[in-house]
Structure formats: C-alpha cells, structure tokens
Design a binder for this molecule. Sequence first.
Ligand code: COA
Ligand code: MG
Length: 306
Amino acid sequence: MKPRRSILSVPGHIEKMHHKAAVSSADVLMLDLEDSVPVDVKETARSQVIDSLQSMDWQGKTITFRMNALDTPFGYRDLLEVVETAGHLVDSVVVPKINDPGDVHFVSRMLDGIEMGRTTTRPLSIEASIETAAGMERVADIAKSSDRVCALVFGIADYQASIGARLVSISGHGEHEEDIYPGHRWNFAMSRMVMAAKASGLLAIDAPYGNFRDPDGLRRATAMSCALGFDGKWAIHPAQIDTINDMFSPSEEDIERAGRILEAAQEAEKKGQGAIAVDGRMVDQATVRLARQVWEQAVHLKLREP
Ligand code: COA
Ligand code: MG
C-alpha cells in the first residue's frame, strides 16, 4: 500500500479545489460528498466528482471519495453512481458513521454487485469512519467485518456530538482541551480505535485539525496522533499537508538510530549474544522489532534503500 500520511479532504462540488488538490503534496485525496457539501448541491457534487475523476490527471495519488451516510437519501446513490461510472479510478470509499458490521456488509455487498459487471478492476477498499458511540462500541467487530476494510477513521466532531461531550473548540483534539480536562480527554476513544485497527491489520487515520491557520496547534495535535499509533491524519486545507507528512515520517535521527540498532543486533546474533547496549541504552528483541519498523517505514517512504 502507498503511504497514507496525509489525507486532504476536498469538497466535491468545488472543481477549482480539485485542481489545487491534484498538484498538492497530499498522499491521499478524498473527494467529499458528505459534510463539506450543502444538501441542495448533493447531486451536483456527485456529478462533479465523477467528472473530475474521469477527466483530471491525479498525478498518481491515492484517490478516495466520501459518500453520504447510509441513513440519508444520498448515500446509496453516491455509491452506485460513483462506483459504477468511475470506480476503476478510485482506491477506496470512505463510509461515514459506521455503526455496526451490518453497515459494512451492506456497502460491501453493493460493491460486489457493481464490480461483478466488470472484469478488470481491483476490488474497492472501505474506510470505516467511526464517529458515533454505537460505532465505537462495536469498533472491533467493524474492523473484522470484511476483507474490504483497509482503515478505520476517527471522526471526532460527530463522535463528540454523539456522546454529548462539551465543545471547547471546533478543531478536533489538541486545541484548548486542557482548559476543561486534565490530560487528553480523547485518549480512550482514539486508543480504542487504534487497537481495533491494528488487531485487524488496518490503518488508523485521525480526524483533521480545524484551525488551519494554527500550525503549532496542528503540530501538537499530530504529535498526539503519532504517539497513539495512528498512521495518518486528515487535512482540510493544503497548508496542513507538509506538517502532517513530516510528522508521520521517521526523522533522520530516528532512521540513523534504527540503522545502528539493526547493525549492532546483527553482530550480536553472530556472536550468540542476547540483549546488548547501543548508545548507552539496552537493546533486546523488542527494540530490534521497533527499529525494524522504523527502517521499513523509511524504505517505504523512499528515505532509504531497501
Ligand atoms: N482542497 C483543495 N484546495 C483547497 C482546500 C481543500 N480542502 N482548502 C482550500 N483550498 C484552496 C482554496 O481554494 C484557495 O485556492 P486559490 O489560492 O487558488 O484561491 C487556497 O487553497 C487557499 O485557501 P484559503 O483562502 O486559505 O481558504 P478558504 O477560505 O478558501 O477555505 C475552507 C477554507 C475551510 C472553507 C476550505 O479549506 C475547505 O473547504 N476545506 C475542506 C473542508 C472539508 O472538506 N470538510 C469536510 C471534512 S472534515
Ligand atoms: Mg463526520
């Protein structure tokens, strides 16, 4: 799978932004038909997304689209029309407000049918957006519900509304949270979702940071996502992409250290040694696994030769 550090959400009805997104540095572009699109232009947005998918050069980027939720009159039509006409041009569909495995089964069955009419396309993946109390309660079952699911996405704003938690900012986690709660109040929900994702071999993707003119806040919030095990984060503005890419990439220092650990571990193995010291710190098999993960990520991002 190609890197999915930054996912730029692009309103489906604004063609100008599609062009801007195509030349951006985002790993993934998500053409949005849901919450950035006003109700009275849902159909226009759907047609625009199909048109852009078919006519634009996306520069080899990973392309997804976000359909409307299944409890709206738009959701099933988004799936049907976009996938039927342009499904071969997208990598995955983001399904908002997944409440239980049945929601995934429904989408997956529809995709089965649409794809049966074709012979050449690879199966579309599903990104399940976890943004309700019901969805969070069933998150492990949702993660395991279909081979099509490739990622879980944390939809913080809707989740917050769903549980009735007090609003301190519209920026997702990281802005003024400590004013009303000591520590990080989304830790449980975020970690719960990451655990479910990783137990099923899926990516965990974090919600966007809404204050797009606050780079320090974005950096702080992204550091938290990285610390909790997320693989990527949504962006809502092109100005956020480079920070997110940077924070989800291993630093030169991390890669160098991982290289030293792997080399030392190889030497130790030859000599039949177990735990050893590198840079004055203990290195055992668990540390070697962590170092290998950093190295593989660096190779994946083409920061090192395999
Ligand atoms: N994708 C692509 N291009 C974008 C963009 C996005 N998400 N957000 C802004 N741009 C473009 C603007 O069109 C503008 O282009 P221009 O220089 O050619 O005119 C440029 O980036 C600078 O934008 P700016 O003027 O700073 O912001 P804005 O006031 O036009 O838009 C938002 C601010 C928040 C309305 C806009 O960023 C947006 O709609 N973001 C996406 C929201 C969304 O998808 N929400 C749902 C997911 S949570
Ligand atoms: Mg939402």
